[in-house]
Design a protein around this ligand. Structure first.
Ligand SMILES: Cc1cc2nc3c(=O)[nH]c(=O)nc-3n(C[C@H](O)[C@H](O)[C@H](O)COP(=O)(O)OP(=O)(O)OC[C@H]3O[C@@H](n4cnc5c(N)ncnc54)[C@H](O)[C@@H]3O)c2cc1C
Length: 490
């Protein structure tokens, strides 16, 4: 099949719906469900956009196997130019949703591309990973991933949770595959994705009773026994009143595995503590970090524009501290832009001539973005202030007895009430809504606990040699008996 269009994605989802529960309601068709369909439509638009003639040169390339068009999110980069192509592709997918859909399909495709590039890591299951990547690429599938153990008792290992299979583990082996039971959080986009990739984010103990939790595999989301329990959707009906949450609410859900068969060909790591604990060796953070940095850049650019335009409408953009806050957002944007380019320019080929982005500058952005984003949301609140609450409940007011009040008191310095309310409702949707709060939580946590992430990547595993060498050089330049000043001026 190769690269899909929106209609292909929707048809497949309609025919293979994941078993999703919203409260006590079992969703039968996510493509028409009022709380899920808007996100489905947004994803469908992404699939369509990759075929737009002016974008096709960087969105698609030819499959090395079939020659058909495939998405460039699966492109194995063989040069720095390929990394630049990937950047253009990620940028377009991010801009298409204003950076609001963190788990657009290019995120997981980037991750799986890294798994494919480093598939020898999987030892006896290497072939399974390679075949799976090719299957996903050739069918342009939309993946989510579920890694986190359910938040039941964080003080205890998997084997000491209240039930042996609270955390996902192997119940038994059969000729066809393994039977797994337990739960995982959180499958962002799970209710409308095609498949999920599973492995444990938390380290596993090298003790026999914890082996069964050291697994990785992939499955279609509509596999029998798989259930998704969705959080409360934040989807709203009116695009005018809720321009973002009406279109881009990425649903998150807990995945329950109720004695699910994972066929052997879909098993990637099996009861192997050493491998699940060293999965970072796949360097998938280089590929996903490229995508997440580019997406964050698009999101911050959009939000910067939002603050610039809304403060201009009421002339608060003349005040120095408001300008300073807008300058803070653009500073973050430029740091991301520089880090992305640095990750490409300093990329080094591996022994097979494949260029993964240099992960070091991308880690710096990941470890900053999770702190910058809450600050940017705060800036929107400081800069627009009561304006975020000073909007009529819905667009119906323009056709009501109070329309005159609205036109008189809701206008801006030089713009009509219609223009101003339209813009300020976007700002309110990201700054003070439930949808906006979820975005703050997402940016803080989507790649793990921000504190542990920074400790691991910016301190424990960070190359400290340059910093220490500078200190050592100065230390070596003087001694207690011979102060630096001795002899000066003689
Ligand atoms: C909106 C959203 C979308 C997400 N999407 C996905 C997704 O698509 N796929 C996916 O797999 N995951 C997803 N996640 C999960 C995300 O990866 C986790 O939220 C993140 O790793 C933090 O884990 P946790 O939520 O279980 O928090 P916890 O690990 O329970 O942490 C809670 C608090 O306890 C502290 N803490 C926990 N353990 C320890 C410890 N051992 N020592 C000291 N302090 C500790 C933490 O520092 C934190 O302050 C998503 C999360 C959010 C919020």
């Amino acid at each position: 099949m190769g690269a899909r269009r929106g209609i292909d994605y929707i048809e497949r989802l309609k025919n293979n719906p994941p078993e999703t529960w919203i409260g006590k309601e079992k969703v039968t068709d996510p493509t028409t469900h009022p709380l899920i369909a808007p996100a489905v439509q947004s994803i469908a638009r992404l699939y369509d956009s990759q075929w737009e003639p002016e974008k096709k040169p960087y969105m698609l390339s030819n499959s090395p196997d079939t020659g058909e068009w495939i998405g460039n999110s699966f492109l194995v980069p063989k040069s720095k130019e390929d990394l630049a192509l990937r950047r253009l592709m990620h940028r377009d997918w991010a801009e298409e949703t204003y950076g609001m859909m963190g788990r657009s399909t290019d995120f997981m495709s980037a991750m799986l591309t890294a798994w494919y590039v480093n598939s020898d890591f999987f030892g006896p299951y290497e072939e399974n990973v390679r075949n799976y990547f090719e299957h996903v690429r050739e069918n342009d599938l939309y993946l989510t991933h579920v890694l986190i153990d359910p938040q039941v008792d964080r003080s205890k290992p998997p084997s000491e949770q209240p039930d042996e299979f609270t955390y996902l583990g192997v119940v038994k082996e059969t000729d066809e595959g393994i039977i797994v039971r337990g739960a995982k959080m959180l499958a962002t986009a799970g209710p409308y994705a095609d498949e999920m990739l599973v492995w444990p984010f938390h380290l596993r103990k090298p003790t026999e009773k914890d082996y069964k939790y050291a697994i990785s595999f992939a499955l279609p989301l509509n596999t029998p026994g798989v259930r998704l329990i969705s959080r409360e959707p934040f989807t709203r009906k009116s695009v005018y009143d809720h321009p973002l949450s009406s279109q881009f609410d990425e649903l998150d859900g807990v995945v329950i595995f109720d004695d699910v068969l994972v066929p052997w060909e879909r098993v990637f790591i099996y009861q192997d503590v050493e491998r699940v604990n060293t999965i970072w060796k796949l360097n998938s953070n280089a590929m996903t970090g490229h995508q997440t940095a580019i997406r964050l850049q698009a999101k911050l650019q959009f939000l910067a524009g939002l603050v610039m335009k809304s403060t201009e409408m009421v002339n608060t953009n003349q005040f120095p501290h408001v300008q300073d806050m807008m300058g803070e957002i653009t500073t973050y944007i430029e740091l991301i832009r520089a880090a992305v380019i640095a990750s490409e320019v300093t990329a080094q080929p591996n022994s097979a001539g494949i260029y993964m982005p240099n992960v070091t500058p991308l880690y710096a952005i990941r470890n900053s973005g999770n702190r910058w984003y809450p600050r940017v949301r705060e800036i929107i609140q400081f800069a627009i202030a009561g304006g975020l609450m000073y909007q009529p409940a819905d667009a119906g007011v323009f056709d009501s007895p109070i329309a005159g009040d609205i036109r008189k008191y809701y206008r801006g310095a030089d713009v009509t009430a219609e223009e101003k309310i339209k813009l300020f409702k976007i700002a309110a949707d990201i700054a003070v809504s439930d949808f906006g709060s979820r975005h703050e939580l997402y940016e803080r946590f989507y790649s793990g606990d921000p504190m542990f992430l920074r400790i691991q990547t910016q301190y424990t595993a960070y190359d400290k040699s340059e910093s220490l060498a500078l200190v050592d050089r100065l230390l070596a330049s003087y001694e207690l008996e011979k102060p630096v000043q001795e002899g000066v001026g003689k």
